[in-house]
Design a protein around this ligand. Sequence first.
Ligand SMILES: Cc1cc2nc3c(=O)[nH]c(=O)nc-3n(C[C@H](O)[C@H](O)[C@H](O)COP(=O)(O)OP(=O)(O)OC[C@H]3O[C@@H](n4cnc5c(N)ncnc54)[C@H](O)[C@@H]3O)c2cc1C
Length: 399
Amino acid sequence: MYSANTVICGAGILGLTIARELVKSGHKDIIIFDKEAGPGFHASGRNSGVLHAGIYYDPGTLKAKMCLKGNQRMQKYCETNNLPLFKSGKVIVAREDNELATLDELEKRATANGGTVEMIDQTRLAQIEPNAKTVEKALYSPLTAVVDPKSILKKMHEELESSGKVRFFFNTKFLSARTNLVHTNQGDIGYGLFINAAGAFSDKVAQAFGIAKNYHLLPFKGIYRILKKPAADKIKGSIYPVPNIKNPFLGVHFTRSVHGDVYVGPTAIPAFGRENYGILKGIDSEFLSILLRDMHMFIGNEKFRGVALDEPRKYFFKHFFNDAKKLVKHIMPRDVMSCPKVGIRPQLINTKTNELVMDFVIEKHENTVHILNSISPAFTSSMYFAELVVNKFINETDG
Ligand SMILES: Cc1cc2nc3c(=O)[nH]c(=O)nc-3n(C[C@H](O)[C@H](O)[C@H](O)COP(=O)(O)OP(=O)(O)OC[C@H]3O[C@@H](n4cnc5c(N)ncnc54)[C@H](O)[C@@H]3O)c2cc1C
């Protein structure tokens, strides 16, 4: 049997950044295990790579507190380690008059969250993103940047391995828990402290410890498409729509990646498996219970109903394209190609209130800590998120 002072389940960005913070604060004996063959096989390696800049989030929430600080730390990490970083900036554009009030609200939130944004007119928008379309005005965020998530995960994995303080066990799946012991498909691992950073399965892992009984993660599928050249040259940085700020998704947008490709997406289509990346791929025995939960949410929750009615049509090119073309001038259906990039966003539902949980959730139970709703912008926030988890919940040196 293996054992370590600290055992982390999940080698996504949060598992890795929490391990880095633990090492920084003197922890010497850490195991990270993951059911996959390497780090970042799920959300952390399948996202847009956008470092958000604290715009959307209700002041006072963990997202608002962590996003901008996380953005700054991640940008510094990329610069220090010569990893790709594109200081792209981003514009948020209004497709209809009735979105202008939300644009004003976003400006207020961004300012309250310590961010830097500028409300710009059409002339200034044309200088920043000559092909973006908007009604009257747009919000410009100069601090938004784009990174290559996989190169960050690779670098952190290498750093942790070479520290001599962290052991990685891959192809090792969490099955169940007993006091100070987790049972995996590769045998038992003993722990002094257990950290659950299992992303899409973090509710299941937490429930194995007898907590998070009122929580359930529901999967939403993020499909991307890609712009062909020369249409791709029309996009300089990132162009986002005004989102419905009552739900956690930001809407199909255009993002120029660090490698120069321009992605369109992602969608947020209710999926039928936590790893349902293809049409049928990743659908397992949980299918029925996810379907029932979706139906329950559809009946009882207006926000979910809105998403469930609006998003699945984006499986069809015509609808996906119609959404995208509202943001950009002179774009034709032939400019947009399908691409294999797809991610799943696990969204936490409070099963007692039937609400989509909008903020990050961190729970401590005895000698275990659980990260339960690591939705966007958790990649952006991760380096500060990890510091807060370690200081507040583990070393208990902060508040
Ligand atoms: C399509 C999409 C676009 C996004 N865009 C952005 C963006 O632009 N900017 C941003 O900041 N955020 C974005 N996000 C969100 C961001 O990717 C996530 O918030 C972040 O990656 C979560 O990291 P994590 O470490 O918690 O989870 P994950 O990366 O999912 O890691 C969890 C790990 O746990 C492992 N695991 C699960 N169950 C078990 C088990 N039973 N036993 C062992 N191991 C297990 C998994 O294999 C996985 O490696 C996006 C997400 C998606 C899906």
